[in-house]
Design a protein around this ligand. Sequence first.
Ligand code: MRU
Length: 348
Amino acid sequence: MKRKPLHEDPIKHIVWKGDRLQVLDQRLLPRTVKFATCRTAADVAKATRDMVLRGAPLIGCAAAYGMALAARRNRLKDVLAAEPLLRRARPTAVNLMHALDRMLDVAKSGPEATLSKRMAAAAEAYYRDDLAFNARMATLGAALLKKGSNVITHCNAGALATAGIGTAVGMIRAGWIAGKVAHVYPCETRPYLQGARLTLWELMKAGIPATLITDNMAAHLMKTRKIDAVIVGSDRIAANADVCNKIGTYGLAILAKHHGIPFYVVAPSTTVDLSTKHGDDIPIEERSIQEVVEIFGAPIAPKGAKAHHFGFDVTPHALVTAIVTEKGVVSPANSVNLRKVLTTHVHP
Ligand code: MRU
């Protein structure tokens, strides 16, 4: 299979049309490729809440476009009303809050007559920034890998979760192009199956050798096969460099430590939340238990079963080998290094 150039946008899954936003409905993948149309900020909030679109950086980009939709009639009060709607859509991915803060600043920084134009331009800029951050992180991250690595990833931190080629999957893709990644093992990622449905779909489309594992196979794989790295994304990184990501990430980090395998987190600076001091202070989304006791509407537990559905967990920074951001690599992952890298000015 021909290796596609790194910066080629592999999947056009979010398309801004000026008066509407079209997003690929990720709930239907990989069986059906179908776009949903958002005409209002409320539509974007609902699409985010219902997981039509997901992944921290993409949630941020969509919220920025949602604010641009709210500004279409050049009325600041519409934008101010839309903002809390969008902010409530999901609690954990801080990219959402970051995008809304940025868009609010833009809304308030000029005359109402130009509101729509300014907000559309700001949303486009937010999207383009994320695309560029992906490419930069991919290059920085791939440099950390040794030739011929077999890697495990979790959830979907790929193109579908961002504006570009992805965070963790972007690093994997760059590593594969450079001959540093030989094989990828995506965990299926119960209960929402982002690994099986989305990451494997992306990897197979890109022609990257990949073998699906269920979440409970990771330990056995690390013990019995050559695994050289675990590479994941993040939804929020606290000031002390603790990393919040999809449920199951913490367990993988413990396993990686036990087996002496490097554990890499790839996330743009928009995922870092310096106002949250410690990982344990990050709000963890709890979703409907239907998503646990059923698969595609079919029950898999006894009727009336109790269940938990924690969407995310927090990995203590001591288990993280490095955090790859577009501004540089934070290693060892701690508060001092995180702050140092984030305040570095990077020339484009
Ligand atoms: O619930 P999701 O699918 O939105 O969770 C996504 C993840 O946990 C990703 O790993 C994270 O957002 C990083 S995406 C680049």
